[in-house]
Design a protein around this ligand. Structure first.
Ligand code: NAD
Ligand code: IPM
Ligand code: MN
Length: 350
């Protein structure tokens, strides 16, 4: 987040664009300060701003906390109460990293896909849920639940996005074993036939989709899927691009009074407890999340592209954080040096 703040400062100093930034706590730090992973005041503020940029939540220190106050509950409450139903998770392979992916170069070079993950429903939120006694043993219950309208709205956002890109949507569920999957497939097909017949639509079982994502990811343009499958598939897609430290995301809801969607931007990765505080983390996922904010919340698509090009340039110059180096090693730069190099590339773009 510190590196993104530098970039926000750069826009003020070099582009005359002042962002009005306020900061609040979510997750473990909010629990430490207030005994809750998200205060009502922070929740209310998030509802009012043009865009929320979130770092990450969670960590071993909080793993034993009561479920209701775990750091992750703070993030899930933000998503739910802001009704951010459409989570865009692009996976783009920068040329400079094509050699670095764990997949063969020809499989990932030029890759540019977006996973649209439903974010406010499904098994993450369905009732009944909990751990109950059944006879003399415990039973853990979560419920996969989707209404037609929940499926329809995320399908529409995937079709809209596809029209601006490769015009292709692949919908993934498990209609072979889940009724919610049957409904998902039906509704996506209906919305397609009625409203988006010009977009190419295919359906895939999510397990086969995971396999295809590793086998030949370039067959996809936009993938639309539920909350849990989207969580898994997007971490897998991250490795196509080289590192989880590269993947940004935008979580979008209904339009606000200003016509822009309610929005939260965050890296796909978590708090990386194994390297937190060591200055090794790759800031690119967070920086590219800010670029998505420029595009979707501030109508500054050209400036978003400027940030993305600056990242591309720095990678092409061979600048690498530790996660972008293979087993043969090399000399990694720190989080803050990566941020500075991206700032220098932004300067050079003027
Ligand atoms: P993680 O994404 O934090 O880390 C997985 C691996 O990727 C680790 O080896 C980590 O070092 C590496 N990694 C992640 N981000 C990186 C970066 N920017 N640069 C370099 N390497 C990076 O996932 P996890 O370990 O499964 O989860 C840790 C905690 O984060 C958990 O409490 C989990 O709930 C939480 N989490 C939060 C979010 C979020 O806030 N959106 C997302 C995922 C996980
Ligand atoms: C993500 C994370 C979250 C999720 C957790 C931290 C709640 O894994 O954003 O991908 O499961 O959605
Ligand atoms: Mn995840």
């Amino acid at each position: 987040m510190a590196e993104v703040k530098k970039i926000i400062g750069w826009f003020g100093a070099k582009r005359g664009v002042q962002f009005d930034v306020t900061e609040d706590l979510v997750g473990g730090c909010a629990y430490d300060a207030h005994g809750t992973p998200l205060t009502d005041a922070t929740m209310a503020k998030a509802q009012e701003v043009d865009a929320v940029l979130l770092g990450a939540v969670g960590g071993p220190k909080y793993d034993k906390l009561d479920f209701s106050v775990k750091p992750e509950r703070g993030l899930l409450r933000l998503r739910k109460e802001m009704d951010l139903f459409s989570n865009l998770r692009p996976a783009q392979c920068f040329d400079a990293l094509a050699d670095f992916s764990s997949l063969k170069k020809e499989v990932v070079a030029g890759l540019d896909i977006v996973i649209v993950r439903e974010l406010t429903s499904g098994v993450y939120f369905g009732e009944p849920r909990g751990i109950f006694m059944e006879g003399n043993e415990r039973v853990g219950i979560n419920t996969q639940r989707y209404t037609e309208s929940e499926i329809a709205r995320v399908a529409r956002s995937a079709f809209e996005l596809a029209r601006k890109r490769g015009n292709k949507v692949c919908s993934m569920e498990k209609a072979n074993v889940m009724e919610s999957g049957i409904l998902w497939r039906d509704v996506v097909q209906e919305i397609h036939d009625k409203e988006y017949p010009d977009v190419e639509l295919s359906h895939m079982y999510a397990d086969a989709g995971a396999m295809q994502l590793c086998r030949w990811p370039k067959q996809f343009d936009v993938i639309v899927t539920d909350n849990l499958f989207g969580d898994l598939l997007s971490d897998a897609a991250a490795m196509l691009t080289g590192s989880l430290g590269m993947l940004p995301s935008a979580s979008l809801g209904a339009p606000m009074a200003n016509g822009r969607p309610k929005a939260l931007y965050e890296p796909v990765h978590g708090s990386a407890p194994d390297i937190a505080g060591t200055g090794k983390a790759n800031p690119i996922a967070c920086i590219l999340s800010f670029a998505m904010a420029l595009r979707y919340s501030f109508d500054m698509g050209d400036e978003a592209t400027r940030v993305e090009k600056a990242v591309e340039k720095v990678l092409a110059d061979g600048v690498r954080t530790a996660d972008l180096l293979g087993p043969e090693g090399g000399s990694p730069v720190s989080t803050s040096v990566m941020g500075d190099k991206i700032l220098a590339a932004l300067d050079a773009s003027l």
